[in-house]
Design a protein. Structure first.
Ligand code: UDP
Length: 380
């Protein structure tokens, strides 16, 4: 049984669900919590997944505790009815941690996809760092995307035979999608693609950036759009009104800024492939963009994804308005600085992470030969 509730989880578990559906040994049952509503449904549609159960927990303004409590309460009867052999959760959302706990309470083994990421600061990202640590405490199988994440788990005394390095399933999702050249539903974006303009693609949503920091991001974008009239800023705005109220007012009236609704995953990956520079506070985008050779500036003080920073394609720049303007300006003006970052690297996966994850789940439940760690991210 796979349980998920937000857009990033849906993207990252979709390849696992597809691999479970293809498995001859296992049956797949899918449960969505609806923590994100429309953005989640959009991803299920793209990957042609029809959930078997929908806990429908979404409510505007629900607190983290309300979200967690609803997942615990509504998932328990589904676990009782379906009696799954194992529950798969992904990442670090309130959905995934509450679902892991609900399964643990019923003695059902938990397989944690994207296990072992650590920023080292329990308060940042908030609440994700705590969520992922709590899930590690109750999981029976830890599917670590990289050798670094495995080392983090070993450091916390998780037994080595309970961990498999799989690569990150987001790269499976990206490779399943990016070549489809999905048409943009917004004609303005199709015109932009035809124009050949340089594109600065921006996403922002992190809870710890809400408020003043995010208003600064909005002001920085307005200054960049004014300083670089030939560059086009594309901002698919997160559905959360807190994010929209902070950023969007500063961008009104600028011709070279296009604010869109969240792009369907196929459209987003196409926009990623078309863009020159990516400015983001997203976890998943930090993993996807290096595969496409796009320089990524990350508006956070720390990251639980050090691999691409080490490879030189991702740079942490924080949320200071002036720093954002300076760092983006350098990449737009200085060809050498740009080329130093614009190299395709794949520290996060090779597109077979979901298949490895399902092999490991089969091994957990049925024994047999243990799959071997993915070596793709080992230093060469
Ligand atoms: N994404 C998308 N449409 C958008 C913006 C992002 O499909 O308009 C995808 C993106 O490719 C990545 C995921 O959503 O796979 C990241 O989600 P988000 O930034 O919300 O969460 P995080 O990765 O930070 O947990």
């Amino acid at each position: 049984m796979t349980v998920y509730g937000t857009r990033p989880e849906a993207i990252k578990v979709a390849p696992v669900i597809k691999a479970l559906e293809a498995s001859e040994e296992l049956d797949s049952v899918t449960v969505v919590t609806g923590q994100h509503r429309e953005m989640l449904d959009q991803v299920n549609e793209i990957f042609e997944i029809t959930p078997d159960h929908d806990l429908d927990i979404f409510e505007h303004g629900a607190s983290l505790s309300q979200i967690a409590a609803r997942v615990l309460e509504r998932l328990d009867p589904v676990l009782a009815a379906e009696q799954p052999a194992a529950v798969v959760v992904q990442g670090d959302t309130s959905t995934s941690t509450a679902a892991a706990l609900a399964a643990f309470h019923r003695g059902i083994p938990v397989a944690h996809v994207e296990a072992g990421l650590r920023s080292g600061n329990i308060l940042s990202p908030f609440p994700e760092e705590a969520n992922r640590r709590i899930t590690s405490q109750v999981a029976a199988l830890h599917l670590a995307p990289t050798a670094t994440s495995k080392a983090n788990l070993r450091h916390e005394s998780v037994p080595g035979d309970a961990i498999l390095v799989t690569g990150n399933t987001v790269i499976d999702a990206l490779l399943m999608t990016v070549d489809k050249k999905t048409p943009f539903s917004d004609p303005a974006l199709e015109d932009l693609a035809d124009s050949g303009s340089r594109i600065l693609l921006v996403t922002t949503h992190r809870r710890e950036n809400w408020g003043g920091a995010m208003e600064g991001v909005g002001r920085a974008l307005a200054r960049l759009a004014t300083a670089f009239p030939e560059v086009h800023v594309v901002l698919p705005a997160h559905r959360n009104p807190v994010v929209r109220d902070a950023v969007l007012p500063q961008l009104e009236g600028l011709d070279n800024v296009t604010v869109t609704e969240p792009l369907a995953y196929g459209e987003f990956t196409r926009m990623l492939a078309l863009s020159s520079v990516v400015l983001t506070d997203s976890g998943g985008v930090q993993e996807e963009a290096p595969s496409l050779g796009k320089p990524v500036l990350v508006m956070r003080e720390n990251t639980e994804r050090p691999e691409a920073v080490e490879a030189g394609t991702v740079k942490l720049i924080g949320t200071d308005e002036q720093r954002i303007v300076d760092e983006v300006s350098t990449l737009l003006r200085d060809q050498d600085a740009y080329e130093a970052m614009a190299r395709a690297t794949n520290p996060y996966g090779d597109g077979s992470s979901a298949a490895r994850s399902v092999e490991a789940i089969q091994h957990l439940l049925h024994g047999g030969p243990r799959p071997t760690d993915w070596q793709g991210d080992a230093p060469r």
